[in-house]
Design a protein around this ligand. Sequence first.
Ligand SMILES: Cc1cc2nc3c(=O)[nH]c(=O)nc-3n(C[C@H](O)[C@H](O)[C@H](O)COP(=O)(O)O)c2cc1C
Length: 198
Amino acid sequence: MANPVLNPDALDILFHQARTHSSWLSQPVSDDLLRHIYDLMKWGPTSANTSPTRIVFLRTPEAKERLRPALMPLNVDKSMQAPVIAILAYDLKFFEKLPKLFPHNPGMKDRFANAPEMAQTNAFRNASIQGGYFILAARALGLDCGPMSGFDNAKVDAEFFPSSSLKSNFLCNLGYGDHSKLFPRSPRLDFDEACQLL
Ligand SMILES: Cc1cc2nc3c(=O)[nH]c(=O)nc-3n(C[C@H](O)[C@H](O)[C@H](O)COP(=O)(O)O)c2cc1C
């Protein structure tokens, strides 16, 4: 194995020991920490720097209640108990920000604006990649995550993004996980099962 640039403790925090959490300690999560997550994750690469992710952080009981009807039953308690629920969405009109984000190629905005299918594929692909950056940024800041796709996207979009170009992608509970409630971790595919060296 190559010598990692990060020390083993950092790799444990990001990967080896980091678990998906469903039970949460009562320790709150500050708005500053939420801003810090975004200020880290935004540096992860996206195609043509399109950066299509938009995030709504639900921190109050009232805000979380608005989400409740869209959640699969299995996901209700763990979400309502989490200090924060993030709605990770993407903007189908992400290209409107390209004059700022990709200033050296002014034609890029219209390439997406004139090709809605390509824009949709780009938005979903890059927002999902940014979702991975989000999880790793949160972990790097000492938080635990509980990502979820078990919800009704149409209901979330109707509640939080009516008459808007934003579409929900996935949800992520955030907080400090109760490690005593974790079940044994499931295995992953080995290198030879998942990868080819050609
Ligand atoms: C995009 C995504 C959607 C997920 N959806 C759900 C969900 O709806 N409900 C749930 O309980 N877990 C959900 N999970 C959690 C996964 O089952 C979990 O991350 C996986 O089994 C790995 O667990 P570990 O991180 O503890 O090793 C989701 C994870 C991801 C990344």
